[in-house]
Design a protein around this ligand. Structure first.
Ligand code: F6R
Length: 611
């Protein structure tokens, strides 16, 4: 949802900004721009902006060589207000170039602000909400940057992470945030701000996460921080553990393919630290057995694929721990005035930990007295900081817009929570528990094995690449899995794909099925196999081309479908972790066959920090 970066120090800023933006392009890639100060406060800031991808900005600046200066800010945009054009690209400037701003987030009251600013004589050059911030800063700036920033942000409703340059303060970069992420970092060469860690990793690991309404001031000697009273505050820096390679392609054609292949390790890293002597140990969660026994109901909220994880978790948690589980889309939950009973545990699932709707849902729950537990991948993210309890997944940085390894590790976290809750609450026998622990530990290896079906999935993708529609069907847990399969395919291949609970087809959807319709059926739940086979037969007899995804040994499937893919055997509740692998590979190769930019599909961004 837009990436921002800033640098000041003892090196040329432009190449550093371009590199940083390259690592943030996953957040948006509609346009890109930079503002550079050449160190002379009488010279205007150099602004360069392009429509489209960052490479156009690289070309325009000869890889950053044409813009001389050791401080600057940069932006890569995911358009919200105004089309992706040069005029709407950031940085936005005011006061004939006295102030330049890059912004991630949404200023909700920008129209009111615009009217006020126009009355004050400001002329707008773009349709963006961000330009109001540039003009407000110019209006309030009388030589004291902290004061101008404080006054400006007091007038803003909505979310923002801002990077700011003042023409008359060469060598300084300013930043401030509310509800959109911003980090500061320092190295021997200077200081940085960025929306996310990968942007600064080639230069430093020394990182500080800004809290809401904190201001950062960068100079070549480091970073200092202020609160909204204009007072200096001390903040801790942390050493980022993962390295640059983790955020690079490492020989794979795309991040998505790399991340698909990283799943055995990501699963291993998420599961193994929590298993000791055959038991699940969740000490870091800090939830006592009494607290777990006091839970009466679970309310899960998330967006997109993380919501699919919740749909899976509902089946698993209800079955194992005997707890009622409700699942909501975060964007719906926060506005539907949900009735929240005492004893409800609110669980939020989020890779980035910054998704605006999920964060708002978490805050809603807290405001209504609920205990909260978050499953998050990014350390120090807003959701991780605000939840009462946090279960960190260890997927490492996920760059491709379409999630793969984060989804898998979120599933693993949910399995472990369900099993732990079940044993504490006495709803699972010791025998079942040990069997499930053994099966859980086997998942990383089974995923590795399954990745062997890559060539077959590539071949199948070739056959289906020209489909107009695709239908995914499943029952029970398989329904949760097909929701994810359909989303993966549609978001990166642009083929219209829908998931249906197989039993629902005859209530309307089956009228869409015609000769040649592509239907993919997932069937792994023993209790439901016969019922699903009936649904498959119904669809097949209407002329659909059927693809079946089932477990080894269920060879009867081959009689009903045109192609079958087998996954290794596991416990029923863990099949979602296996069936998703061929579904991800299918989506990846269909996208590739259609010539789409797999890692950066149109209209999407990795981290959705706006509503
Ligand atoms: C789809 C995808 C999205 C995210 C969703 C939530 O491939 O990645 O649907 O799952 O935007 O994001 P997080 O997990 O960061 O809250």
């Amino acid at each position: 949802m837009c990436g921002i970066v800033g640098f000041t120090g003892r090196r040329q800023a432009c190449p550093i900004l371009l590199d940083g933006l390259e690592h943030l392009e996953y957040r948006g890639y509609d346009s890109a721009g930079i503002a550079i100060s050449d160190g002379n406060k009488d010279h205007p800031l150099h602004i360069r902006r392009v429509k489209g991808r960052l490479r156009a900005l690289r070309e325009m600046t000869h890889d950053g060589q044409t813009e001389q200066g050791s401080s600057g800010i940069g932006h890569t945009r995911w358009a919200t207000h105004g089309e992706p054009t040069v005029e709407n690209a950031h940085p936005h400037v005011s006061g004939e170039g006295r102030v330049a701003v890059v912004h991630n987030g949404i200023i909700e009251n920008y129209q009111d602000l615009r009217v006020t600013l126009e009355k004050r004589g400001y002329v707008f050059q773009s349709q963006t909400d961000t330009e109001t911030v540039a003009h407000l800063l110019d209006y309030y700036y009388k030589g004291d940057a902290v004061d101008a920033i404080m006054r400006t942000v007091m007038h803003l409703r909505g979310s923002f992470a801002l990077g700011i340059l003042f023409q008359d303060r060469p060598g300084e970069v300013w930043g401030v945030r509310r509800d959109s992420p911003l980090i500061a970092a320092t190295s021997d060469d200077g200081a940085f701000i960025a929306s996310d860690v990968p942007a600064i990793l080639p230069y430093t690991r020394n990182v500080c996460y800004l809290n809401n309404m904190e201001i950062v001031h960068l100079t070549e000697d480091g970073a200092e921080f202020f609160n909204m009273d204009g007072e200096h505050i001390d903040k801790d820096f942390q050493q980022v553990q993962w390295d640059v390679e983790a955020a690079e392609k490492g020989g794979y054609a795309h991040f998505m393919l790399k991340e698909i292949h990283e799943q055995p390790k990501a699963m291993q890293d998420t599961i193994h630290p929590h298993i000791r002597d055959g038991r699940i140990v969740l000490d870091e969660l800090g939830m006592s057995d009494e607290e777990i026994r006091a839970v009466r109901r679970i309310q899960m909220v998330a967006c997109g694929s993380a919501w699919h994880v919740c749909m899976t978790a509902r089946y698993v948690m209800e079955q194992m721990a005997g707890l009622p589980v409700d699942v909501d889309l975060a964007s719906e939950f926060r506005y539907r005035n949900p009735v929240l009973e005492e004893g409800t545990l609110l669980m939020v699932v989020s890779q980035s930990g910054e998704t605006a709707d999920s964060l708002a849902a978490l805050r809603y729950g807290k405001d209504h007295g609920m205990r909260t537990l978050a499953i998050v991948n990014v350390m120090g993210s807003s959701i991780a900081r605000e939840a009462d309890r946090v279960f960190y997944t260890s997927a490492g940085p996920e760059i491709a817009v379409a999630t793969t390894k984060a989804y898998s590790t979120q599933l693993a976290a949910c399995y472990m929570l369900a099993m732990h809750f079940a044993i504490v609450r006495g709803t699972m026998s010791e025998e079942d528990y040990s069997r499930h622990v053994t099966a859980l530990l086997a998942l990383p290896h089974q995923i590795e094995q399954l990745l062997g079906c890559e060539n077959r999935m590539q071949w199948l993708a070739g056959k289906y690449a020209n489909s107009r529609d695709a239908f995914f069907i499943g029952r029970g847990l398989d329904y949760a899995s097909v929701l994810e399969g359909a989303l993966k395919l549609k978001e990166i291949s642009y083929i219209h794909a829908e998931a249906y609970a197989a039993g629902e087809l005859k209530h309307g959807t089956i009228s869409l099925i015609e000769k040649g319709s592509m239907v993919l059926a997932v069937a792994t739940q023993k209790e439901l196999l016969e019922k699903e086979v009936s649904n498959i037969v119904e669809v097949k007899s209407r002329g659909a081309t059927m693809l079946g995804l089932t477990m080894e040994g269920n060879y009867a499937m081959e009689d009903q479908v045109d192609f079958t893919i087998y996954v290794p055997r596991t416990e029923d509740c863990f099949y979602p972790s296996l069936v998703v692998i061929p579904l991800q590979l299918l989506a990846y190769y269909v996208s590739l066959a259609r010539g789409i930019d797999v890692d950066k599909p149109r209209n999407l961004a990795k981290s959705v920090t706006v509503e």
